[in-house]
Ligand binder design. Structure first.
Ligand code: ADP
Length: 578
């Protein structure tokens, strides 16, 4: 049996590009893309991608060149996920919420040859190019503006425009042969919540296998109608930029993820699936009555990217959404664990079900193994749902590595495992639960406090909309929890009310020593709370709190202050802009 050879028929490099060819052959006339008044079929999408790939070639793009794009969830962004690798190049989708300097840093680090810019981001791109050339002494990449397909603006940044490249390209173009599945397909930068952004490289093989795993993990059938509420720049839309083609589905593209866009797309296009970070669940729940609509068939929603508190999951399910919870990170090509649902749980009360759903779950099929290891001994922790360790993964959905960053690679790849930097436990049934990011754990009097657990308890309060908990220096305990809380607009609770609520729901040492009401939390482009900014603010509270302890009267005044748009809010926002 060993001597049977590998050959062209049975040993074909894996690549998600085959999903598009298949969709174009088998779902030729089915709608591939909807954007405002624009519609394409899969045959048209395939042809547009071939044309764009041929134009990229005529612009001297060669194998492994980087093509960057700064665009929202418009059809061009979707097409580039196929067209760029079809030309042999590597797609770098940039987070649109970054400032010009960070965009310039990415253009520099990735050495992008061409920079595609949506008309909405032309000003930011101009500034980024200036910084790239003046501060970093780098040559200017070729710039292509992506004008709005539905209502063109005529804005240009030079000669080239996306539709013109599509129009001029050859639909019969012979595409790059993917001779090695380990070739790079995309380059994505981490959002940098814990350290400097790093360039994460995926292979054709990793992208192919992760896409299949997520289709299976989410149990996505054929012909889904998928709403693009998750940015495509976030881990290539958790692989669904390729996955919807694999299922012959329809991509509903939207420029902005607002409650109105979400609800009207669901009604108008009969959306069946969408992905979202927990912040989007808040957007849906906070929709004004005129923006909402009745959801008649459950919309499947894959939630992840940050810990979704159980009470939030319960609220969104009551609204007509069916939640599947996933955990992942850029380095694992998006979701790495999915909380696979077991039918025996259906009989439990809602509250119990949401608690189970809030666990991060089991490794997706592409992963060979998932474990939680003790930091020091590297031994697996017992499956007792209590002992914490670092979550580590191994398998084909893990990135090739960080681009030009040997130090970071050697820190995360150790002993045949990829270390996530997240702390968790394994329950007796094998399901994993995140306790915190290693850097976010609060160590109070020698006890580890999971900020996620404190947040979850605060969110049980019916008037709390969002909560984020960080470590605040404490003279006696070393650190103590400090909570930043957004309340519903129609209430006037005091700090002491939230503390009393926590006392009922948490052991004493976990109760926040300080609760600060704010109107906004600083967030990254992918909706994650920037806890490093909150920690900086909490440090300043620590100083005040300590001084206050000496003068008890002034402390009383400070503690009982009603919710207001105060200094700390300004400070948080100022820090988040840095
Ligand atoms: P960055 O690491 O720069 O913030 P990522 O998007 O890669 O960018 O973030 C991944 C991190 O998000 C994970 O390491 C984890 O801390 C957090 N995360 C993602 N999904 C979940 C989830 N379902 N529950 C809890 N935390 C999550």
């Amino acid at each position: 049996m060993d001597n049977l050879p590998k050959h062209g028929a049975n040993y074909v490099p894996l690549t998600p590009l085959t999903f598009l060819t298949r969709a174009s052959n088998s779902y030729a006339n089915r709608t591939s893309t909807i954007y405002a008044n624009i519609r394409f079929t899969w045959r048209q999408t395939y042809e547009r991608c071939c044309r764009l790939a041929s134009s990229l070639r005529s612009l001297n793009i060669v194998k492994n060149d980087v093509v960057s794009v700064l665009a929202p969830n418009v059809p061009a962004m979707l097409e580039m996920h196929f067209a760029v690798p079809m030309a042999g190049a590597v797609l770098n989708a940039i987070n649109t919420r970054l400032d010009a300097r960070n965009v310039a840093l990415i253009l520099k680090h990735s050495e992008a040859k061409i920079f595609f810019v949506d008309c909405e981001y032309v000003d930011k791109a101009k500034k980024a190019i200036e910084i790239l050339m003046a501060d970093f002494q780098m040559p200017m990449p070729l710039i292509v503006v992506i004008d709005d397909l539905d209502s063109p603006t005529g804005i240009r940044l030079g000669e080239l425009e996306y539709e013109q490249l599509v129009y001029q390209g050859n639909p019969e173009c012979v595409l790059e042969n993917i001779d090695d599945e380990w070739n790079p397909i995309t380059l994505s930068y981490t959002s940098g919540t814990t350290s400097e952004p790093k360039g994460v490289v995926y292979s054709h093989r990793g992208a192919f296998l992760s896409t299949l795993s997520l289709i299976l993990g989410w149990e996505m059938g054929t012909e889904p109608v998928y709403l693009w509420s998750l940015p495509m720049f976030h881990c290539n839309g958790w692989t669904f930029t390729w996955g919807i083609a694999a299922r012959g589905g329809t991509n509903v593209c939207i420029r902005n993820t607002t409650a109105q866009e979400i609800y009207s797309s669901i009604t108008l296009h009969k959306v069946t699936h969408m992905c979202a970070a927990p912040i989007v669940l808040n957007i849906i729940l906070e929709a004004k009555p005129h923006e909402q609509c009745q959801i008649t068939t459950p919309v499947q929603i894959l939630v992840g990217g940050a810990p979704p508190p159980a009470p939030l999951l319960e609220k969104i399910e009551r609204q007509g959404f069916h939640v599947v919870h996933a955990y992942g990170l850029t380095e694992a090509t998006g979701p790495a664990l999915v909380c696979e649902w077991q039918s025996k749980w259906n009989k439990l009360p809602w509250e119990e079900q949401s608690k189970i759903k809030a666990r991060q779950g089991l490794g997706i099929l592409t992963l060979a193994d998932v474990d939680v290891k003790n930091f020091k001994t590297m031994q697996s922790v017992p499956r007792d749902g209590k002992t914490t360790g670092e979550i580590c993964l191994r398998g084909s959905s893990i990135m090739k590595g960080y681009l030009k960053n040997e130090k970071a690679n050697s820190e995360v790849f150790k002993n045949g495992w990829f270390f996530t930097g997240d702390m968790g436990v394994i329950h007796p049934d094998g399901y994993l639960e995140i306790k915190d990011r290693c850097k976010d754990v609060i160590i109070s009097g020698g006890e580890n406090i999971s900020s996620v657990e404190v947040e979850s308890a605060i969110l049980k309060h019916p008037y709390v909309v969002e909560a984020s908990v960080v470590a605040m220096p404490h003279p006696r305990w070393g650190e103590s929890p400090c909570a930043f809380v957004i309340l519903r607009k129609d209430c006037n609770f005091k700090e002491s009310d939230i503390v009393a609520h926590c006392r009922k729901n948490l052991p004493g040492f976990m109760v926040p020593k300080k609760v600060q009401f704010v109107e906004e939390l600083p967030k990254t482009g992918t909706g994650k709370v920037q806890k490093n900014h909150l920690r900086a603010v909490a440090k300043t509270f620590a100083v005040t709190e300590n001084a206050n302890q000496k003068t008890k009267r002034s402390s009383q005044v400070n503690r009982e202050k009603p919710r207001s748009y105060d200094q700390s809010h300004q400070q948080i926002l100022a820090l988040s802009r840095l």
